[in-house]
Write a protein that binds this ligand. Sequence first.
Ligand code: SF4
Ligand code: SF4
Length: 425
Amino acid sequence: MKGQHEKMWQGLGLDLGAHDALLEVLKKGYQDVYLAQKNRPEGMGYLDFVMSEVHGLRIKELIDEKAAGRKVIGSFCVFVPEEIVRAADATLVGLCTGADFVTEEVERFLPRNTCSLIKSAFGFKLGKACPYIEASDMIVGENTCDGKKKSYETLKDLVSGVYVMDIPQMKSQEGRALLKAEYFRFKEAVEKLADITIDADRLRKGIEIVNNKRKALHRLSSLRKANPVSVSGLDALLVNQVQFYDEPVRFTDSVNKICDELEVRTGKGEGVFPESTPRILLSGCPMAVPNWKLPWIIETAGAVIVGEESCVGERGVRNLTDSSGSTVDELMEAILDRYFKVDCAIFTPNPERLDHIVEMYDAYQADGVIHYSLQFCQPYLTESIPVEKALEARDIPTLRIETDYSLEDLGQLKTRVEAFVELIG
Ligand code: SF4
Ligand code: SF4
């Protein structure tokens, strides 16, 4: 990918040396974690290709779209409604937040005790290594956790086009009214940026494109309920991660093709792991590319991950948006209905999340739950304690993990996960 795209990266203002080093680490990590797996579905070849070109051909597509007058909008959170972005013929991309980069420099701008995800976003900007952030015409920050909302005040000085969306903290009528006002304000901002008026037809089309993507991901999730399971948790996580980067219609087709293949495998009783493999439900903070540390530890410790209760997983795609409305107002109301159900830990109280964990544990025939929080993540760390207590009261074995993006705790994590897998096995 290197030689062919250098000019483009230079044009985006990337630091070529730092970027090359990042690509090398990514390539090696992908080989060790992904390509080393056995018996992968053939359809995953598409994802391997996307990952090999994630900073190459995909960026070229975005640059071509921009040249044709379309806009690119970057986001850090599943509360940013892709339906509205698609309705304005614009593209929504998730921004890189899954690896440490130039941490020392980041800590000149953010406190050391900031979660890795936020630090990562700053690292990629400061280290000039993320082509997505450089290609974005607008970057949406959302007032979710305190770390994020305060960091956007600083990010505004480092990047142009930062737009801050307020997000309620309670599922009350007032909270809903706030989200409604914010989604209308966002629609106007997107219309202005793209110079397009979003009418009902455009909005419905946007909803349908995003719904189809979510339906394909639901199909994939559903196939993971089988025993033996026909796809590894690592591969399913990758599909969920790539949905934030890839062109949505092409991505949807590719996921459906993978599902066709998995249906055949399941029909023949073929699995990636033996039937007796302990099944894990992973719950907690989102895992952005290339944050594969914990899933890799779990699946090399003799267990299989069968579901992710996470924004890069079921929490992010659980609900569809009703597309039956005939006016912009009705369709916007449907978008609001859909997003107001997202059970992120920034909400207080947040009982739906526990209900969903239990539902998923049953539906995916899991043998245990591993709760994953990033270090310094107040919402998920604080919520992990009552979640663990409530799960244990239901006799659901639970392991609470707190970690970051470094590899320093690899040995310690492996020991804890192996002991847990032995216990539930
Ligand atoms: S965990 Fe909360 S803040 Fe993070 S992406 Fe999900 S909804 Fe957004
Ligand atoms: S992981 Fe936690 S602290 Fe970090 S951005 Fe997400 S909610 Fe905020």
